[in-house]
Design a binder for this molecule. Structure first.
Ligand SMILES: Nc1ncnc2c1ncn2[C@@H]1O[C@H](COP(=O)(O)OP(=O)(O)OP(=O)(O)O)[C@@H](O)[C@H]1O
Ligand SMILES: [Mg+2]
Length: 400
């Protein structure tokens, strides 16, 4: 059907800005010319195509003209389109049929559609597929000003969408780069650090000077702390890059906890950690990764709990499908801190002031537990004066 136009009273000022330039974010002085924005117009009447082209033509906009639904689908196969103007009454394939095919394909389903129709408003809404993307109607005779206004809105939306996806890509690239950087740095720091630790160990053997022994001891403990931080940064890089792969084997988790407790025993001091197990304490875990999670919890209990008090690690193996591990210490965590305690860099108070930790221990512990399909929770009660971290671990492998 031939379109009749209601032309604007005056020649319109350019209603939408041509999308010609964008600034490259990393090199502020370089301008990159973006490709023109494609608008698809589908109409079986050639005069209508010409009229719409004349109305919408401006720099930065490319009109793709199709005389039928089939031609339009062919154009959509090779071009990315910001908006499609579709005449509803066409022979063979009408505008709604074409629109349903457009909505059916993943690549084109979000293209906004403007139907040009002479039908009543009620029948126009028989189109199915509104949920997939924006749909609008223009009723004949077409008001040129209204058409320009609607096209302007959709072109601007398209530009914003493009800009946002470019920014997202850029962000993801720099995030990936940061993580790579952290992983490489963490890995390469280990070698010189082990030289420092070995040197500090050998130093007291070379001389009887008491000050050397004290200094060497300080170097050793600082280097050990630094090695722990490097390990944590490497863990963080592994978590963030999504490269954590579990190698599960059947383990007695109570034995694993006893080994961890032994690692915290100081020379010439009784152990502060007690491990108690009941029932079946065997589960399929990645021993290295799971041990690290428990080690973080026990280390925290010793470091942040009330000094000199015992830390209790309890394993409850009475349930058939899961294992419950609790780590309890004296001392409470302030309520304000509890809400985001499993997020990274949540260390407070002494830990932050003294620079003892990075605030990554609970974040890595919770991530490692969840990677096993398990769950972690904390209860810190003023009344009891204790803090308990509870890990629930499925015995068998489950989707994480
Ligand atoms: N068992 C606990 N008792 C009391 N406070 C705790 C306990 N566990 C954690 N916290 C508090 O939660 C904070 C975060 O713990 P997290 O293990 O994430 O970091 P961190 O121990 O400070 O440093 P990092 O573990 O990276 O060396 C701690 O700084 C501490 O304030
Ligand atoms: Mg910690």
């Amino acid at each position: 059907m031939l379109l009749r136009w209601r032309l604007p009273p005056e020649p319109s000022a350019r209603p939408f800005a041509p999308p010609v330039f964008c600034v490259h974010p990393r090199e502020p002085k370089t301008y990159v010319v973006t490709a023109p924005i494609n608008i698809l117009v589908v109409d079986d009447v050639p005069q209508n195509l010409i009229a719409i082209e004349a109305l919408l033509a401006r720099p930065g906009i490319a009109l793709l003209k199709a005389a039928s639904g089939a031609e339009a689908l062919g154009l959509l196969l090779v071009h990315e389109v910001a908006l499609a103007l579709v005449d509803v009454q066409m022979p063979n394939m009408d505008g709604f049929e074409l629109a349903e095919l457009i909505r059916g394909s993943e690549r084109t389903r979000s293209i906004p559609l403007i139907f040009l129709t002479a039908a009543s408003r009620e029948t126009s809404y028989s189109f199915r597929g509104y949920e997939a993307g924006a749909v609008d109607f223009l009723y004949k005779p077409i008001d040129a000003q209204a058409l320009l206004g609607k096209v302007k809105v959709f072109v601007e939306l398209y530009q914003q969408k493009k800009q946002m996806s470019q920014q997202l890509e850029e962000l993801q690239r720099s995030l990936h780069l940061n993580e790579m950087f952290m992983a490489v740095l963490g890995h390469d720091l280990r070698t010189p650090l082990s030289v420092v630790m070995n040197g500090a160990m050998l130093l007291p053997m070379m001389t009887d000077h008491p000050k050397v022994a004290v200094t060497a001891q300080r170097i050793q403990s600082s280097a050990k702390r630094m090695a722990q931080m490097v390990d944590q940064l490497l863990d963080l890089a592994r978590i963030r890059s999504g490269e954590m792969q579990l190698r599960r084997t059947s383990q007695d988790v109570a034995d694993l906890c006893r080994t961890i407790a032994d690692e915290f025993v100081l020379p010439d001091r009784p152990s502060r950690v007690t491990v108690e197990g009941s029932g079946n304490t065997v589960a399929a875990v990645d021993a290295g990764i799971f041990a690290q999670a428990i080690s973080n919890l026990v280390g925290n209990a010793l470091q942040h709990g009330e000094p000199e008090h015992a830390v209790l690690v309890r394993l409850d193996g009475s349930a058939p499908d899961s294992l419950r591990i609790t780590v309890t210490n004296r001392g409470v965590i302030p309520v304000i801190q509890l809400a985001g305690i499993f997020a990274p860099f949540q260390h407070r108070g002494e830990s932050r002031k003294s620079g003892q930790g990075l605030g990554l221990g609970l974040y890595t512990a919770s991530t490692f537990v969840r990677a096993h399909g398990g769950d972690i929770a904390v209860a810190s009660e003023e009344g009891l004066g204790t803090t308990t971290f509870t890990v629930t671990l499925p015995r068998r492998e489950q989707a994480a």
